[in-house]
Design a protein around this ligand. Structure first.
Ligand code: SDX
Length: 429
Protein backbone atom coordinates (compact mmCIF):
# COMPACT_ATOMS: atom_id res chain seq x y z
CA UNK A 1 0.00 0.00 0.00
CA UNK A 2 1.47 3.43 -0.91
CA UNK A 3 2.34 5.58 2.06
CA UNK A 4 0.05 8.65 2.12
CA UNK A 5 1.41 12.03 3.17
CA UNK A 6 -1.34 12.55 5.70
CA UNK A 7 -2.28 12.25 9.35
CA UNK A 8 -5.32 10.21 10.32
CA UNK A 9 -6.90 11.53 13.49
CA UNK A 10 -9.77 10.05 15.43
CA UNK A 11 -11.62 12.36 17.80
CA UNK A 12 -12.51 10.03 20.65
CA UNK A 13 -15.13 12.51 21.85
CA UNK A 14 -17.20 11.84 18.72
CA UNK A 15 -15.62 8.75 17.15
CA UNK A 16 -15.17 10.79 13.95
CA UNK A 17 -11.98 10.39 11.90
CA UNK A 18 -10.16 13.03 9.92
CA UNK A 19 -7.39 12.99 7.34
CA UNK A 20 -4.97 15.94 7.55
CA UNK A 21 -2.46 16.42 4.71
CA UNK A 22 1.22 16.59 5.70
CA UNK A 23 3.28 19.10 3.72
CA UNK A 24 6.91 20.16 4.39
CA UNK A 25 6.92 18.06 7.57
CA UNK A 26 3.92 19.91 9.03
CA UNK A 27 0.16 20.06 9.11
CA UNK A 28 -1.77 23.29 8.64
CA UNK A 29 -3.07 24.39 12.03
CA UNK A 30 -6.26 25.60 10.32
CA UNK A 31 -7.00 22.00 9.30
CA UNK A 32 -7.57 21.27 13.00
CA UNK A 33 -10.57 23.58 13.08
CA UNK A 34 -12.76 21.00 11.28
CA UNK A 35 -12.42 18.77 14.37
CA UNK A 36 -15.47 19.72 16.41
CA UNK A 37 -17.38 18.16 19.29
CA UNK A 38 -20.66 19.59 17.93
CA UNK A 39 -21.81 22.09 15.31
CA UNK A 40 -21.50 25.07 17.73
CA UNK A 41 -17.92 24.11 18.57
CA UNK A 42 -15.26 26.55 17.30
CA UNK A 43 -13.04 23.61 16.40
CA UNK A 44 -9.61 22.55 17.65
CA UNK A 45 -6.61 24.87 17.95
CA UNK A 46 -3.00 24.03 18.80
CA UNK A 47 -1.68 25.50 22.07
CA UNK A 48 2.04 26.29 21.86
CA UNK A 49 3.43 28.76 24.48
CA UNK A 50 6.71 30.28 23.23
CA UNK A 51 6.04 28.74 19.79
CA UNK A 52 8.30 25.79 20.68
CA UNK A 53 6.79 23.70 17.88
CA UNK A 54 4.95 26.12 15.60
CA UNK A 55 6.18 27.32 12.21
CA UNK A 56 4.63 30.72 11.52
CA UNK A 57 6.44 31.36 8.25
CA UNK A 58 8.13 29.70 5.29
CA UNK A 59 11.62 31.13 4.88
CA UNK A 60 14.65 30.69 2.61
CA UNK A 61 17.00 33.03 4.47
CA UNK A 62 18.79 30.83 6.99
CA UNK A 63 18.76 27.23 8.12
CA UNK A 64 19.42 26.46 11.80
CA UNK A 65 19.79 22.70 12.33
CA UNK A 66 19.74 22.30 16.11
CA UNK A 67 20.50 18.59 16.23
CA UNK A 68 23.51 18.76 13.90
CA UNK A 69 24.70 22.19 15.07
CA UNK A 70 24.53 23.63 11.54
CA UNK A 71 23.87 27.23 10.47
CA UNK A 72 23.67 28.25 6.79
CA UNK A 73 22.77 31.60 5.17
CA UNK A 74 20.96 31.03 1.84
CA UNK A 75 22.61 27.57 1.74
CA UNK A 76 26.19 28.72 2.46
CA UNK A 77 27.69 27.26 5.69
CA UNK A 78 28.46 29.98 8.23
CA UNK A 79 32.03 28.74 8.60
CA UNK A 80 32.79 29.35 4.88
CA UNK A 81 31.23 32.81 4.96
CA UNK A 82 33.14 33.78 8.12
CA UNK A 83 36.40 32.52 6.61
CA UNK A 84 36.04 33.87 3.05
CA UNK A 85 33.39 36.60 2.86
CA UNK A 86 32.83 40.06 4.36
CA UNK A 87 29.91 41.43 6.34
CA UNK A 88 28.70 43.70 3.53
CA UNK A 89 28.82 40.81 1.06
CA UNK A 90 26.93 38.57 3.54
CA UNK A 91 24.39 41.37 4.05
CA UNK A 92 23.83 41.39 0.25
CA UNK A 93 23.48 37.59 0.29
CA UNK A 94 20.92 37.66 3.11
CA UNK A 95 18.84 40.48 1.59
CA UNK A 96 19.10 39.62 -2.12
CA UNK A 97 19.37 35.83 -1.87
CA UNK A 98 22.55 35.32 -3.93
CA UNK A 99 26.24 36.23 -3.62
CA UNK A 100 26.81 39.43 -5.65
CA UNK A 101 28.85 39.69 -8.82
CA UNK A 102 31.66 42.27 -8.52
CA UNK A 103 29.71 45.12 -10.10
CA UNK A 104 26.67 44.30 -7.94
CA UNK A 105 28.83 44.28 -4.80
CA UNK A 106 30.58 47.54 -5.73
CA UNK A 107 27.20 49.26 -6.21
CA UNK A 108 25.81 47.80 -2.96
CA UNK A 109 28.93 48.77 -1.03
CA UNK A 110 28.88 52.31 -2.52
CA UNK A 111 25.20 52.78 -1.64
CA UNK A 112 25.76 51.73 1.95
CA UNK A 113 29.01 53.66 2.39
CA UNK A 114 27.33 56.88 1.19
CA UNK A 115 24.36 56.54 3.55
CA UNK A 116 26.27 56.34 6.85
CA UNK A 117 25.45 59.90 7.96
CA UNK A 118 22.50 60.68 10.24
CA UNK A 119 20.25 63.74 9.92
CA UNK A 120 21.71 66.43 12.19
CA UNK A 121 18.42 66.52 14.16
CA UNK A 122 19.16 62.97 15.34
CA UNK A 123 21.99 64.42 17.41
CA UNK A 124 19.51 66.74 19.12
CA UNK A 125 17.27 63.73 19.80
CA UNK A 126 20.19 61.93 21.43
CA UNK A 127 21.01 64.97 23.55
CA UNK A 128 17.72 64.36 25.32
CA UNK A 129 18.95 61.13 26.89
CA UNK A 130 20.61 61.07 30.32
CA UNK A 131 24.40 60.93 30.18
CA UNK A 132 24.29 57.31 31.39
CA UNK A 133 21.44 56.13 29.14
CA UNK A 134 21.92 52.51 28.05
CA UNK A 135 23.07 52.54 24.40
CA UNK A 136 20.48 49.91 23.51
CA UNK A 137 17.70 52.16 24.76
CA UNK A 138 19.11 54.96 22.59
CA UNK A 139 19.46 52.57 19.64
CA UNK A 140 15.85 51.34 19.82
CA UNK A 141 14.51 54.91 20.11
CA UNK A 142 16.70 56.32 17.35
CA UNK A 143 15.84 53.54 14.87
CA UNK A 144 12.15 54.26 15.48
CA UNK A 145 12.75 58.00 15.13
CA UNK A 146 14.33 57.47 11.70
CA UNK A 147 10.83 56.57 10.45
CA UNK A 148 9.93 60.26 10.89
CA UNK A 149 12.85 61.33 8.70
CA UNK A 150 11.88 58.98 5.86
CA UNK A 151 8.09 59.14 5.41
CA UNK A 152 8.53 57.71 1.90
CA UNK A 153 9.53 54.41 3.58
CA UNK A 154 5.84 53.51 3.84
CA UNK A 155 5.74 52.59 0.12
CA UNK A 156 6.33 48.95 1.00
CA UNK A 157 5.23 47.59 -2.38
CA UNK A 158 7.90 49.55 -4.22
CA UNK A 159 11.01 47.31 -4.50
CA UNK A 160 13.36 50.25 -5.01
CA UNK A 161 11.90 52.00 -1.95
CA UNK A 162 12.36 48.85 0.19
CA UNK A 163 15.94 48.48 -1.03
CA UNK A 164 16.66 52.14 -0.23
CA UNK A 165 15.41 51.77 3.39
CA UNK A 166 17.30 48.48 3.80
CA UNK A 167 20.54 50.13 2.66
CA UNK A 168 19.90 53.17 4.89
CA UNK A 169 19.40 50.97 7.98
CA UNK A 170 22.46 48.78 7.32
CA UNK A 171 24.49 51.96 6.74
CA UNK A 172 23.27 53.91 9.75
CA UNK A 173 23.24 51.37 12.57
CA UNK A 174 27.01 51.73 13.23
CA UNK A 175 26.63 55.53 13.30
CA UNK A 176 23.76 55.29 15.79
CA UNK A 177 25.81 52.89 17.92
CA UNK A 178 28.87 55.13 17.88
CA UNK A 179 26.90 58.30 18.62
CA UNK A 180 25.18 56.55 21.55
CA UNK A 181 28.60 55.52 22.89
CA UNK A 182 30.11 59.01 22.48
CA UNK A 183 27.06 60.55 24.17
CA UNK A 184 27.60 58.24 27.14
CA UNK A 185 31.27 59.15 27.60
CA UNK A 186 30.75 62.85 26.89
CA UNK A 187 32.95 63.00 23.81
CA UNK A 188 31.99 64.85 20.60
CA UNK A 189 30.45 62.70 17.88
CA UNK A 190 32.89 61.45 15.26
CA UNK A 191 31.44 61.46 11.77
CA UNK A 192 31.76 58.51 9.37
CA UNK A 193 34.96 58.22 7.35
CA UNK A 194 33.84 56.69 4.09
CA UNK A 195 37.40 55.66 3.19
CA UNK A 196 37.21 52.99 5.89
CA UNK A 197 35.59 49.55 5.85
CA UNK A 198 32.22 48.97 7.48
CA UNK A 199 33.77 47.64 10.72
CA UNK A 200 36.70 50.04 10.54
CA UNK A 201 34.32 52.97 10.30
CA UNK A 202 32.52 51.88 13.49
CA UNK A 203 35.85 51.75 15.33
CA UNK A 204 36.67 55.17 13.88
CA UNK A 205 33.40 56.77 15.04
CA UNK A 206 33.76 55.21 18.49
CA UNK A 207 37.44 55.68 19.25
CA UNK A 208 38.89 58.47 17.12
CA UNK A 209 40.02 61.44 19.23
CA UNK A 210 42.31 64.21 17.97
CA UNK A 211 44.09 62.37 15.16
CA UNK A 212 43.30 63.65 11.67
CA UNK A 213 42.78 60.14 10.29
CA UNK A 214 41.83 57.11 12.36
CA UNK A 215 43.59 53.88 11.44
CA UNK A 216 41.79 50.80 12.81
CA UNK A 217 43.89 47.85 13.92
CA UNK A 218 43.45 45.38 11.00
CA UNK A 219 43.14 42.36 13.30
CA UNK A 220 40.38 43.97 15.39
CA UNK A 221 38.70 45.32 12.24
CA UNK A 222 38.64 41.82 10.71
CA UNK A 223 37.49 40.20 13.98
CA UNK A 224 34.59 42.66 14.24
CA UNK A 225 33.60 42.03 10.62
CA UNK A 226 33.57 38.26 11.29
CA UNK A 227 31.49 38.76 14.45
CA UNK A 228 28.97 40.77 12.42
CA UNK A 229 28.81 37.90 9.88
CA UNK A 230 28.23 35.35 12.65
CA UNK A 231 25.28 37.40 13.97
CA UNK A 232 23.77 38.01 10.50
CA UNK A 233 20.64 35.87 10.74
CA UNK A 234 19.27 32.98 12.76
CA UNK A 235 15.86 31.75 11.68
CA UNK A 236 12.78 32.81 13.61
CA UNK A 237 14.42 33.92 16.87
CA UNK A 238 12.55 36.24 19.18
CA UNK A 239 13.74 39.50 17.59
CA UNK A 240 13.31 38.33 14.01
CA UNK A 241 9.82 37.06 14.80
CA UNK A 242 9.10 40.48 16.33
CA UNK A 243 10.31 42.13 13.13
CA UNK A 244 7.99 39.98 11.06
CA UNK A 245 5.09 40.26 13.52
CA UNK A 246 5.20 44.07 13.72
CA UNK A 247 6.02 44.30 10.00
CA UNK A 248 2.89 42.29 9.20
CA UNK A 249 0.79 45.35 10.10
CA UNK A 250 2.55 47.09 7.15
CA UNK A 251 4.21 49.68 9.35
CA UNK A 252 7.46 51.10 7.92
CA UNK A 253 10.68 49.03 8.36
CA UNK A 254 12.19 51.51 10.84
CA UNK A 255 9.39 50.98 13.38
CA UNK A 256 9.41 47.23 12.74
CA UNK A 257 13.17 47.12 13.33
CA UNK A 258 12.84 49.17 16.52
CA UNK A 259 10.53 46.42 17.80
CA UNK A 260 13.06 43.77 16.78
CA UNK A 261 15.87 45.63 18.54
CA UNK A 262 13.71 45.98 21.65
CA UNK A 263 13.21 42.19 21.71
CA UNK A 264 16.94 41.64 21.21
CA UNK A 265 17.68 43.87 24.23
CA UNK A 266 16.31 41.24 26.63
CA UNK A 267 18.86 39.25 28.69
CA UNK A 268 17.40 35.96 27.45
CA UNK A 269 18.19 37.01 23.87
CA UNK A 270 20.78 39.45 22.56
CA UNK A 271 21.22 41.07 25.96
CA UNK A 272 22.83 37.79 27.08
CA UNK A 273 26.28 38.84 25.86
CA UNK A 274 26.22 41.75 28.31
CA UNK A 275 24.84 39.46 31.05
CA UNK A 276 27.65 36.95 30.40
CA UNK A 277 30.31 39.59 31.05
CA UNK A 278 28.61 40.69 34.27
CA UNK A 279 28.39 37.02 35.31
CA UNK A 280 32.10 36.37 34.60
CA UNK A 281 33.08 39.52 36.51
CA UNK A 282 30.91 38.40 39.42
CA UNK A 283 32.62 34.98 39.45
CA UNK A 284 35.94 36.81 39.24
CA UNK A 285 38.26 33.81 39.46
CA UNK A 286 38.04 30.21 38.24
CA UNK A 287 38.27 28.95 41.83
CA UNK A 288 34.80 30.44 42.38
CA UNK A 289 33.25 28.54 39.46
CA UNK A 290 32.10 25.41 41.40
CA UNK A 291 30.17 27.55 43.91
CA UNK A 292 28.54 29.49 41.06
CA UNK A 293 27.53 26.30 39.24
CA UNK A 294 25.96 25.12 42.49
CA UNK A 295 23.71 28.22 42.52
CA UNK A 296 22.68 27.43 38.94
CA UNK A 297 21.85 23.85 39.88
CA UNK A 298 19.79 25.17 42.79
CA UNK A 299 17.86 27.16 40.16
CA UNK A 300 18.80 30.42 41.92
CA UNK A 301 20.27 31.79 38.69
CA UNK A 302 20.73 30.87 35.04
CA UNK A 303 24.10 30.33 33.41
CA UNK A 304 24.07 33.18 30.91
CA UNK A 305 25.46 32.32 27.50
CA UNK A 306 24.39 28.70 27.86
CA UNK A 307 21.42 26.96 26.32
CA UNK A 308 19.39 27.48 23.18
CA UNK A 309 15.85 26.78 22.04
CA UNK A 310 17.08 25.17 18.82
CA UNK A 311 20.70 24.09 19.25
CA UNK A 312 20.77 20.88 21.27
CA UNK A 313 24.37 20.60 20.30
CA UNK A 314 27.19 23.12 20.20
CA UNK A 315 26.26 26.49 18.67
CA UNK A 316 28.50 26.54 15.54
CA UNK A 317 28.98 30.27 16.00
CA UNK A 318 30.43 29.77 19.49
CA UNK A 319 32.97 27.35 18.04
CA UNK A 320 34.06 29.89 15.45
CA UNK A 321 34.06 32.80 17.88
CA UNK A 322 36.48 30.92 20.13
CA UNK A 323 38.92 30.86 17.18
CA UNK A 324 38.49 34.60 16.63
CA UNK A 325 39.20 35.14 20.34
CA UNK A 326 42.74 33.79 20.01
CA UNK A 327 43.48 36.21 17.12
CA UNK A 328 42.10 39.16 19.11
CA UNK A 329 44.02 38.27 22.26
CA UNK A 330 47.27 38.27 20.28
CA UNK A 331 46.65 42.00 19.78
CA UNK A 332 44.88 42.97 22.98
CA UNK A 333 46.55 40.60 25.39
CA UNK A 334 44.71 37.64 26.94
CA UNK A 335 41.49 38.54 28.68
CA UNK A 336 41.69 36.98 32.19
CA UNK A 337 37.95 36.37 32.06
CA UNK A 338 38.54 33.81 29.31
CA UNK A 339 40.06 31.49 31.94
CA UNK A 340 36.90 31.82 34.03
CA UNK A 341 34.80 31.15 30.92
CA UNK A 342 36.83 28.09 29.91
CA UNK A 343 36.57 26.68 33.46
CA UNK A 344 32.84 27.38 33.52
CA UNK A 345 32.46 25.59 30.17
CA UNK A 346 34.66 22.67 31.27
CA UNK A 347 32.72 22.03 34.47
CA UNK A 348 29.29 22.69 32.94
CA UNK A 349 29.84 20.30 30.04
CA UNK A 350 30.68 17.50 32.47
CA UNK A 351 27.74 18.15 34.77
CA UNK A 352 24.73 15.83 34.47
CA UNK A 353 22.26 18.75 34.66
CA UNK A 354 23.79 20.58 31.69
CA UNK A 355 24.32 17.38 29.71
CA UNK A 356 20.74 16.17 30.30
CA UNK A 357 19.31 19.62 29.49
CA UNK A 358 21.63 19.87 26.44
CA UNK A 359 22.92 23.24 27.62
CA UNK A 360 25.95 24.18 25.53
CA UNK A 361 27.62 27.59 25.17
CA UNK A 362 25.76 29.74 22.66
CA UNK A 363 26.86 32.65 20.47
CA UNK A 364 26.71 35.08 23.40
CA UNK A 365 29.04 33.15 25.68
CA UNK A 366 32.31 34.03 23.94
CA UNK A 367 31.32 37.11 21.93
CA UNK A 368 31.15 39.23 25.09
CA UNK A 369 34.68 38.28 26.09
CA UNK A 370 36.03 39.34 22.71
CA UNK A 371 34.09 42.60 22.70
CA UNK A 372 35.47 43.40 26.14
CA UNK A 373 39.03 42.52 25.10
CA UNK A 374 38.55 44.85 22.09
CA UNK A 375 37.78 47.67 24.52
CA UNK A 376 34.01 47.88 23.96
CA UNK A 377 32.05 48.80 27.10
CA UNK A 378 29.72 46.00 28.17
CA UNK A 379 26.60 48.12 27.57
CA UNK A 380 27.38 48.38 23.84
CA UNK A 381 27.50 44.57 23.36
CA UNK A 382 23.78 44.13 22.50
CA UNK A 383 24.09 47.07 20.07
CA UNK A 384 26.93 45.25 18.30
CA UNK A 385 24.64 42.22 18.08
CA UNK A 386 21.93 44.44 16.57
CA UNK A 387 24.33 45.81 13.93
CA UNK A 388 25.18 42.26 12.84
CA UNK A 389 21.53 41.12 12.86
CA UNK A 390 20.19 44.12 10.90
CA UNK A 391 20.52 42.55 7.40
CA UNK A 392 18.88 39.36 8.71
CA UNK A 393 15.96 41.27 10.22
CA UNK A 394 15.48 43.21 6.99
CA UNK A 395 15.79 40.13 4.75
CA UNK A 396 13.17 38.35 6.84
CA UNK A 397 10.90 41.43 6.94
CA UNK A 398 11.05 41.75 3.15
CA UNK A 399 10.47 38.00 2.68
CA UNK A 400 7.40 38.25 4.91
CA UNK A 401 6.05 41.24 3.01
CA UNK A 402 6.44 39.44 -0.32
CA UNK A 403 4.97 36.13 0.87
CA UNK A 404 1.46 35.81 -0.61
CA UNK A 405 0.46 33.52 2.25
CA UNK A 406 1.34 36.06 4.94
CA UNK A 407 -1.36 38.24 6.54
CA UNK A 408 -1.38 40.41 9.66
CA UNK A 409 -0.15 38.33 12.60
CA UNK A 410 -3.02 37.77 15.01
CA UNK A 411 -2.70 34.62 17.17
CA UNK A 412 -5.66 33.05 18.96
CA UNK A 413 -5.90 32.47 22.74
CA UNK A 414 -7.29 29.92 25.15
CA UNK A 415 -9.61 32.08 27.27
CA UNK A 416 -9.39 30.91 30.88
CA UNK A 417 -11.04 33.91 32.52
CA UNK A 418 -14.47 34.55 34.08
CA UNK A 419 -17.72 33.82 32.31
CA UNK A 420 -20.26 36.67 31.96
CA UNK A 421 -20.91 38.56 35.23
CA UNK A 422 -22.77 41.81 35.98
CA UNK A 423 -21.19 45.09 37.06
CA UNK A 424 -21.48 45.85 40.79
CA UNK A 425 -21.51 49.56 41.79
CA UNK A 426 -18.67 50.44 44.15
CA UNK A 427 -21.03 51.04 47.05
CA UNK A 428 -22.20 47.45 46.88
CA UNK A 429 -18.80 45.68 46.58
C1 SDX B 1 20.33 34.17 21.55
O1 SDX B 1 16.57 31.89 19.26
C2 SDX B 1 17.77 32.29 18.73
O2 SDX B 1 18.14 31.87 17.66
C3 SDX B 1 18.52 33.27 19.60
C4 SDX B 1 19.96 33.56 19.14
C5 SDX B 1 19.98 34.31 17.81
O3 SDX B 1 21.01 34.24 17.14
O4 SDX B 1 19.00 35.05 17.54
O5 SDX B 1 20.70 32.37 19.03
C6 SDX B 1 20.67 34.49 20.12
O6 SDX B 1 19.40 34.76 22.08
C7 SDX B 1 21.12 33.07 22.25
C8 SDX B 1 20.55 32.78 23.68
C9 SDX B 1 21.12 33.82 24.62
N1 SDX B 1 20.47 33.71 25.95
C10 SDX B 1 21.16 33.22 27.02
O7 SDX B 1 22.32 32.79 26.96
C11 SDX B 1 20.38 33.28 28.32
C12 SDX B 1 20.52 31.96 29.07
N2 SDX B 1 19.82 30.95 28.30
C13 SDX B 1 18.47 30.66 28.61
O8 SDX B 1 17.72 31.55 29.30
C14 SDX B 1 17.77 29.69 27.67
O9 SDX B 1 18.62 28.65 27.44
C15 SDX B 1 17.24 30.22 26.36
C16 SDX B 1 16.43 31.47 26.55
C17 SDX B 1 18.36 30.51 25.43
C18 SDX B 1 16.37 29.14 25.73
O10 SDX B 1 15.25 29.01 26.53
P1 SDX B 1 14.15 27.85 26.29
O11 SDX B 1 14.42 27.09 25.05
O12 SDX B 1 12.81 28.46 26.47
O13 SDX B 1 14.45 26.85 27.46
P2 SDX B 1 13.75 26.95 28.87
O14 SDX B 1 13.93 28.33 29.41
O15 SDX B 1 12.38 26.39 28.74
O16 SDX B 1 14.65 25.97 29.73
C19 SDX B 1 14.50 24.54 29.58
C20 SDX B 1 15.17 23.97 30.81
C21 SDX B 1 14.71 24.60 32.12
O17 SDX B 1 14.97 23.63 33.13
P3 SDX B 1 13.69 22.78 33.73
O18 SDX B 1 12.74 23.80 34.33
O19 SDX B 1 13.09 22.06 32.53
O20 SDX B 1 14.33 21.86 34.73
O21 SDX B 1 16.59 24.23 30.76
C22 SDX B 1 16.94 25.09 31.83
C23 SDX B 1 15.66 25.73 32.36
O22 SDX B 1 15.79 26.07 33.74
N3 SDX B 1 17.84 26.12 31.30
C24 SDX B 1 18.89 26.62 31.96
C25 SDX B 1 19.48 27.50 31.07
N4 SDX B 1 18.79 27.53 29.93
C26 SDX B 1 17.76 26.68 30.08
N5 SDX B 1 19.34 26.38 33.21
C27 SDX B 1 20.45 27.07 33.55
N6 SDX B 1 21.11 27.96 32.77
C28 SDX B 1 20.64 28.20 31.52
N7 SDX B 1 21.26 29.07 30.73
Amino acid sequence: MTKKNSLSITDNRTGKSYELPIENGSIRALDLRQIKENSEDFGLMAYDPGFANTASVKSKVSLVDGEKGILMYRGYPIEQLAEQSSFLEVAYLLVCGELPAKDEFDQWSHEITTHTFLHENVKKLMEGFRYDAHPMGIFVSTVAALSTFYPDSKNLDDAECRKHQIQRLIAKTPTIAAFAYRHRIGLPYMYPDNDLSYAGNLLNMMYRTSEAKYEPDPVLEKALDVLFILHGDHGQNCSTSSMRFVGSSEVDPYCAMAAAAAALYGPLHGGANEAVLRMLREIGDKKNVPAYIKRVLNKEIRLMGFGHRVYKNYDPRATFIKKVADQVFEVTGRNPLIDVALELERIALQDEYFVSHKLFPNVDFYSGIIYQAMGFPVEIFPVLFAIGRTPGWLAQWQEGHLDPEQRIARPRQLYMGYGKRDYVPIGKR
